[in-house]
Design a binder for this molecule. Structure first.
Ligand code: ADP
Ligand code: MG
Length: 374
């Protein structure tokens, strides 16, 4: 397991807590290409975006962790030792902090109490991973408050474990690693089998556009789990550790596995073409990725398809659903000078044709989480 090579995001270790507390932030992410590959040990190419979740914490000297979140209902009050069952916590958003506390308890965190305030401008339930921005920031906060030294990959693993405990959805590590390893001005080619990454320069000539289709992303946990299980069963039947090791020929007649194998190849090709900003090549790969997610992995919805079409009709080089699918966001690329104009025209066209209310922005690639004082 290696830290990223070539302009490496630095491995970081959460610092033990100070009596004064700390402020930690973690960004959301947009995935340029490579969806539903991470939990099959595959390749992904996300970037951390300029939307983030901030956790301010102070020790309270007790054995409870009390959390508030700006704009969210209720207040969370759970045992600092992680003994509260995460999926029973109310309000439901409190399941994420409770899941993280349990994941960290299993890693030896001292049951130190603290009070935390969360604020976030990552759109919730959009596929930009507001949940991982929260779980990574909260993992750093809770590790700091408990005096637990913990390396970057272990922070990502604990944050993922917390999310799985909170939601029951068996996701992969892409979002958490991106929130930690993000490099300003770069995308990250993450190898989810090796848990290593390489920062890939994102040329200034390429604008990354993100738009929400106006349909909330239902987590569709059961569909997610079913596809994961189907892919794992195929790998087993081929005698492989994961679909990462399958060839295109081996999975030619299996749509779920075919998506994963072809998507890994597209991610590698996209990472090769990105530094030189070859929009034609990059855009074609994104459109192939969307078609594969729609037709083979079957995680698109008509609104996401319509938004992808609107981007292409209005001059984007390519577009695709990003994240888990079933609603949420599309990511598109365009020549930088016309990025905002393409975004405005595409969202207007989509609004006119569907009656849905899209929301979009031109995304900037930013650095990942850096615990203050680390
Ligand atoms: P996504 O990660 O794509 O935004 P998810 O459905 O995975 O969508 O996660 C959204 C959930 O994460 C919210 O319903 C809420 O429970 C939790 N969450 C995200 N941001 C916050 C926040 N700022 N405060 C409290 N909970 C949050
Ligand atoms: Mg999420």
């Amino acid at each position: 397991m290696g830290p990223p090579t070539a302009e490496p995001p630095r491995p970081r270790v959460a610092t033990p807590g100070t009596s004064a507390g700390e402020v930690v932030s973690a960004p959301g992410r947009v995935n340029l290409i490579g969806d539903h590959t991470d939990y099959h040990g595959g390749l992904v190419l996300p970037m951390a975006v300029d939307r983030s979740c901030t956790v301010r914490w102070v020790p309270n000297g007790g054995d409870r962790v009390r959390v508030r979140s700006e704009g969210m209902e209720g207040r969370v009050d759970v045992a600092a030792d992680g003994s509260d069952d995460p999926d029973q916590v109310d309000p439901p958003w409190g399941r994420f902090p409770a899941g993280v506390l349990r994941a960290l308890a299993g890693r030896g965190r001292a049951p130190a109490g603290f009070d935390a305030d969360i604020s976030s401008d990552v759109p919730v339930g959009s596929g930009l991973s507001s949940s991982s921005a929260l779980s990574v920031a909260f993992t750093l906060a809770a590790a700091g408050a408990g005096g637990l030294p913990i390396g970057t990959v272990e922070v990502a693993r604990a944050a993922l474990e917390g999310e799985v405990l909170a939601t029951g959805v068996p996701g992969g590590l892409m979002d958490q690693l991106t929130a930690l390893w993000g490099v300003a001005g770069h995308a990250l080619l993450i190898d989810c089998r090796e848990l290593s990454a390489r920062a890939v320069p994102l040329p200034e000539s390429v604008a990354v556009l993100v738009a929400h289709c106006g349909v909330p992303r239902t987590l569709a946990g059961s569909a997610y789990a079913q596809r994961r299980a189907a892919g794992e069963a195929t790998a087993r039947s081929l005698g492989l550790a994961s679909l990462r090791d399958a060839t295109a020929e081996q999975v030619a007649h299996d749509p779920i596995a075919r998506h994963v194998v072809a998507e890994n190849a597209r991610v590698a090709a996209f990472a090769d073409a990105l530094p030189s900003g070859e929009l034609g090549v990059l855009g074609a790969l994104m459109l192939e990725s969307h078609a594969s997610l729609r037709d083979d992995y079957r995680v698109s919805i008509p609104e996401l398809d319509a938004l992808v079409d609107a981007f292409v009709e209005e001059g984007a080089a390519g577009a695709r659903l990003t994240g888990a699918g079933f609603g949420g966001c599309v990511v598109a690329i365009a020549a930088a000078p016309s990025g905002q104009a393409v975004l405005d025209r595409a969202t207007e066209r989509y609004r006119a044709s569907t009656g849905r209310e899209p929301r979009g922005f031109v995304a900037r690639a930013v650095d990942g989480a850096r615990p203050l004082g680390a």
